[in-house]
Design a protein around this ligand. Structure first.
Ligand SMILES: [Zn+2]
Ligand SMILES: [Zn+2]
Ligand SMILES: [Zn+2]
Length: 322
């Protein structure tokens, strides 16, 4: 077996042992090890695809070296290996793909835990392990043609499976709490996949009142660390931003209106243009201009001059200055 694959499996197994140890101080180490293990799996894939070039796809830097004969030769610097961004671009080069959203989520989880937690809660580690599972499965089965349940120790694989199952069940329960929600937009979907706890980074977010139907009245809570006091509007804003990323990109490259606007009431980027309302506060469509009768465009709405379009608000301001 490749050395890289062996290292990847070792790293994940040690991470799982850290997770099982019940020693809080090892929680952060669990996250680091599992994350490192998943990246090593990706590197093992790149390695296999660069057998005849000395594994060069896993190195990011090529440097000149002087041979005894005096000739200069370019060789990879073996201390500099690929990071997440390089992995993505090299996978693309090879025509391979992976659930990048999951890998990004895993890396975001790791960063959140690394930066904000002195002691990482076990619940956060469970989320990281659950996110790693589909990646481990795809990479090992489809890209390395190995069978994870044979390569991992039985005990370790069982912990990973059981945990993934429990986390999926909790995710379903969280999703249920939004079933009555009346989402106003057809252009930007309810960003359920991108909701994340600001404290622990977990995506296991529920709505406190499952009977609530209004987006602006949602009160989120985290099923992972239990936090139910964080700002729901800010949480919505961050998730919407990711949900609408592709639409923003299209608006930027092909021209056209961005799907979200800054809300004139709460100031968050949670005003959904096609819905004509903010999903973090109760601001609604600013209506038609009192002077020209045109619909007021949210992108140039001026809260100092409600009832005027951008052009006439501008004129009113000039008139006041003169
Ligand atoms: Zn949390
Ligand atoms: Zn608002
Ligand atoms: Zn007007």
């Amino acid at each position: 077996m490749d050395k890289l694959l062996r290292n990847a499996i070792d790293s994940i197994e040690i991470g799982v042992e850290d997770f099982q140890s019940n020693d809080e101080r090892r929680a952060l180490s669990a996250v680091r090890n599992v994350y490192a293990g998943v990246l090593l799996l990706c590197k093992a894939v790149l390695w296999r695809h660069s057998m005849d070039t000395d594994g060069s796809l896993i190195y990011t830097k090529v440097e000149p070296r002087k041979l005894p004969s005096g000739k200069i030769e370019w060789q990879p610097n073996k201390n500099k290996t690929v990071e997440v961004q390089d992995i993505k671009s090299r996978y693309k080069l090879l025509g391979l793909t992976l659930d990048w959203a999951k890998l990004d989520e895993l890396s975001r989880h790791r960063n959140t835990i690394e930066h904000y937690y002195l002691s990482t809660p076990a619940s956060a580690v469970k989320g990281v392990l659950a996110n790693a599972m589909p990646l481990i499965n795809t990479i090992m089965r489809d890209q390395l043609q190995t069978v994870p349940e044979h390569e991992f120790r039985t005990e370790c694989w069982k912990v990973l499976l059981d945990n993934a199952e429990i986390q999926a069940e909790i995710a379903r329960e969280c999703e249920e709490t939004f079933s009555k929600l009346e989402w106003p937009s057809t252009e930007v979907e309810f960003p359920i996949k991108h909701l994340a706890c600001p404290g622990c980074g977990s995506g296991l977010i529920r709505q406190q009142d499952p009977d609530n139907t209004k987006p602006c009245e949602i009160e989120f809570a985290c099923r992972s660390c239990g936090d139910d006091q964080f700002d729901s509007g800010d949480c919505m804003e961050a998730a919407l931003d990711e949900e609408a990323a592709a639409l923003f990109y299209i608006a930027m490259t092909d021209g056209g209106e961005p799907p979200l606007a800054s809300c004139y009431e709460c100031g968050r980027n949670t005003y959904i243009v096609d819905a004509g309302e903010c999903v973090a506060c109760d601001a609604a469509a600013p209506g038609d201009c009192l002077v020209c009768g045109e619909g007021i465009n949210i992108h140039d709405y001026n809260p100092d001059h409600p009832g005027l379009c951008g052009y006439h608000a501008n004129q009113a301001e000039r008139a006041a200055r003169d």
